[in-house]
Design a protein around this ligand. Structure first.
Ligand SMILES: Nc1ncnc2c1ncn2[C@@H]1O[C@H](COP(=O)(O)OP(=O)(O)OP(=O)(O)O)[C@@H](O)[C@H]1O
Length: 280
């Protein structure tokens, strides 16, 4: 038996081909032995068990162009393995490139994220953490939300440093729809201005920012993207009841902006080595 491979169902997980390491899991290259042309990854959540949780059984049935497709969830010894579609890049990567986007490109990104998010909400699946590492980009430059419905597998507390978290997470640990709108506002702000509206040198910096916007509404720097700036201003609000909700945000996007076919990114691959994209 080769200890650097896990064979499970029709999948082969290549343990020596790590694609990324997150706080809660490690992501490996994975092969569907019956259709080797399909690119997959396996996320391994170590030392955890699949809880008797409806979300895990539901997530395999989800299917939307703006979410990462999950194919299987296995209990494997002490670990949980999630087999999913392999993406090309992430918004985190995209942000590193500091691209200047046209307003139409930003609106298109926002629309795609919102479409995926709406689908998850309507399917009763929680998007625990809306942040750039959880927003993937596929080979066709389509944005896809990832790590949805996985909170039940997390061992760590939710209160690590969370740059994109809404004020109510820090101050009252409230989990509502509105928290993701706030996070989305910060993500759009970062795409537009190439930085967050606060420095992230230490843990207290986020709290200081949140206390500041509690007193004085965030003022966006001058820029040429008025429509997206207006939307961001409606999302990054301390008080969750004042924030735009996803329905109204969707309405504004539908009413005002037609979807273009333009390419929106100049993507660099996630993996450091080109051969990570070919099978052994
Ligand atoms: N479906 C995927 N396709 C391609 N690469 C992926 C995929 N999922 C994750 N990755 C890569 O693996 C890395 C780690 O992913 P992971 O989701 O564990 O990170 P994370 O979002 O920081 O997680 P956490 O919230 O647990 O810290 C990502 O940054 C990304 O580079």
């Amino acid at each position: 038996m080769n200890s650097s491979i896990i064979n499970i169902g029709i999948y082969q997980i290549l343990l020596n081909r790590v694609i990324g390491q997150g706080w809660h899991s490690t992501t490996y290259l994975c092969i569907n032995t019956q259709q080797i042309q399909i690119q997959l990854v396996a996320k391994i959540y170590s030392n955890t068990i699949i809880p008797d949780d409806i979300e895990i059984s539901k997530i395999k049935d989800l299917n939307h162009v703006n979410i990462v497709q999950i194919y299987e969830v296995y209990q494997h010894n002490k670990d949980v393995i999630v087999i999913m579609e392999k993406c090309y890049s992430s918004l985190k990567n995209e942000l590193k490139q500091q691209n200047e986007y046209q307003e139409s490109e930003l609106l298109k990104m926002l629309s795609q994220i919102l479409l995926g998010y709406n689908y998850l909400c309507n399917s009763g699946i929680e998007m625990n953490d809306l942040k750039p590492t959880n927003i993937m980009i596929d080979h066709n430059e389509i944005i896809k939300l990832s790590n949805y419905g996985m909170k039940c597998l997390y061992k760590h507390s939710d209160m690590e440093i969370r740059a994109y978290a809404a004020p109510e997470i820090f101050f009252s640990n409230e989990q509502t729809d509105a928290k993701n709108i706030f996070s989305l506002g910060l993500i759009m702000y970062e795409l537009l201005f190439h930085q967050l509206p606060f420095n992230l040198r230490q843990n207290g910096d986020v709290i200081m920012f949140l206390q500041k916007i509690k007193k004085v509404k965030l003022l966006l720097p001058d820029n040429n993207c008025q429509r997206i700036s207006d939307l961001i201003s409606k999302m990054i609000l301390f008080n969750k009841s004042e924030r735009i909700n996803r329905e109204n945000l969707g309405e504004i996007l539908i009413q005002n902006f037609k979807r273009g076919n333009r390419r929106i990114f100049s993507i660099q691959p996630i993996a450091a080595r080109a051969d990570d994209y070919s099978y052994p």
